[in-house]
Design a protein around this ligand. Structure first.
Ligand code: ZN
Length: 485
């Protein structure tokens, strides 16, 4: 996930409000009900949805696929050989399940990490001949310092307003540290995505805002809620200067020392921006039996950052989409419409995968009956954020009723198409789009860190996510009527 402020706030801020809004009493006139039928869903479909849910909760397929993507393949940063190899692996695995799988070309950025070290070389109270190590990481699109690094004074600001107040005179030639804090209390109250969207703007914009004032490098306080002294990487808007993120503990240290007197840092960041690379979206279909031209997408993004192995972001999303297709095949279900698994490339560094898909499939978009994405971790799923015609929610009452059994029966309407970074272009084009909502309490403890590893995923919670994806995906592909757009 690298979404910034607006969409995330929309996505989650409504979470608390709308649970009272949608009561399920559909204004929509239900036809005469057969035994077991629900609001326009024939009994057979309701039975199929329940069997999908049951099979998902008993399956470890998603968990095994995630283990392979993370432990066997590893970090999958955009443009890397691992990312392309992962695309080939996912396509081959979906072909093995009987899907028509293909690799669709995408031109992606190829930024590679280099040396990343920093130490304070002069500061108040310093013991002679000693330095203090700073834990940090380079942000995506960061430029490099000279190979031997640079030494400069550090200025700490808490926000853009303070930076502007200092102006060129006090910023030029300095390293600027933005000490915006991730609101842990807000996260603990279940609003971790809102807390993230408030702080992440510093990660993405710090260098771009400070460079014109003559800053020679920028650092931000890591956007995350844990106190494991871990730096969180992520996308930053290219600004021609080195851009990094320090661990929260190190931001506190530097802020305290600079409040006592001048502090100088020796900073070495040597990433490289290599030429764009060719990579792929994986696109794999279970052809529809009645309307093969109508398409329902189930998806996650395959690329990840390179500090960890991209388990919660977003190997889990891809594994869950793969599992949903595997379950449909395992139960020999025949959807009316085509069910399409998409493993998006390059969500983290600009979204070139989803943009390429929207462009290449322009002529088919009117026939996309739905698009689902999972990109908020692997925690217990609570339901979906839905960028749909409000009337469509009533159609999905049977889906909510089935998913209520595994605690994922919640669905909230979102005015904002940003229910998922990769389906947003489709949502903007009117495709009914859904983002899987998970319990995000722990998500930002590991998000974009070296600790985003397989062990952070609970097998049962992942299976619950596969159930949610499979039930909504199959419902959209099998329900008698299309959702209103
Ligand atoms: Zn992500």
């Amino acid at each position: 996930m690298n979404f910034v402020r607006k969409s995330l706030t929309a996505r989650y801020a409504v979470l608390l409000l709308s649970s009272c809004l949608w009561t399920g009493s559909a204004a929509w006139a239900a036809p005469q009900k057969e035994e077991g039928a629900r609001e326009g869903f024939p009994a057979t479909l309701v039975t199929e949805l329940k069997s999908l849910q049951r099979a998902a909760l008993e399956s470890d397929y998603a968990y095994k696929q995630l283990r392979h993507l993370t432990n066997n393949i590893g970090p999958r940063i955009s443009g890397s050989p691992q990312a392309t190899f992962a695309a080939e692996y996912v396509a081959a695995e979906l072909r093995r399940l009987g899907l028509e799988a293909r690799l669709e070309k995408v031109t992606v950025p190829h930024w590679v990490r280099g040396v990343e070290t920093a130490e304070l070389v002069s500061y108040p109270g310093q013991a002679p001949q000693t330095t203090q190590k700073i834990v940090l990481t380079a942000l995506g699109n960061s430029s490099a310092t000279p190979p031997g690094g640079l030494i400069a004074e550090v200025v700490v600001v808490n926000n853009f307003e303070e930076l502007a107040a200092l102006g060129k005179e006090r910023i030029a030639g300095k390293i600027v540290l933005f000490n915006e804090k991730f609101d842990r209390k807000m996260a603990a109250q279940g609003q971790s995505f809102v807390a993230y969207s408030t702080a992440v703007v510093y990660r993405t914009e710090a260098a771009k805002v400070a460079a014109p004032l003559g800053a020679i490098a920028t650092l931000v306080r890591s956007v995350g809620g844990a106190d494991f002294r871990l730096p969180h990487t992520g996308y930053s808007t290219p600004a021609g200067i080195p851009a990094g993120a320090v661990a929260a503990e190190d931001a506190d240290l530097i802020a305290q020392l600079t409040s006592e007197g001048p502090v100088r840092m020796h900073l070495t960041l040597t990433p490289q921006k290599l030429p764009d690379a060719t990579s792929y979206n994986v696109v794999a279909d279970i052809k529809g039996s009645e309307h093969p031209e109508q398409i329902v997408i189930m998806s996650g993004h395959l690329d990840s950052w390179d500090l960890g192995t991209g388990a919660i972001d977003d190997g889990a999303g891809v594994a869950v989409a793969m599992a949903a297709a595997q379950l449909v095949q395992q139960l020999h279900l025949k959807p009316r419409r085509t069910l399409r698994v998409v493993a998006w490339m390059d969500e983290e560094q600009g979204g070139s995968g989803s943009k390429a898909y929207a462009e290449d499939h322009k002529s088919e978009i009117a026939n996309h009956a739905g698009a689902i994405e999972s990109d908020s971790g692997a925690g217990h799923p609570i339901g979906f954020s839905a960028s749909v015609n409000p009337k469509a929610l009533a159609f999905l009452a049977p889906v909510r009723a089935v998913l209520e059994d595994s605690g994922a029966g919640y669905m909230q309407h979102s005015e904002d198409p940003g229910v998922g970074a990769d389906v947003a272009p489709l949502a903007r084009a009117g495709v009914p789009s859904f983002g899987l909502l998970q319990d995000g309490h722990r998500y930002f403890n590991y998000h974009h860190t070296a600790a985003d590893t397989f062990d952070k995923v609970d097998a049962h919670e992942l299976a619950e996510n596969a159930a949610a994806m499979a039930v909504l995906g199959y419902a959209l592909a099998a329900m008698p009527e299309l959702l209103p757009r």
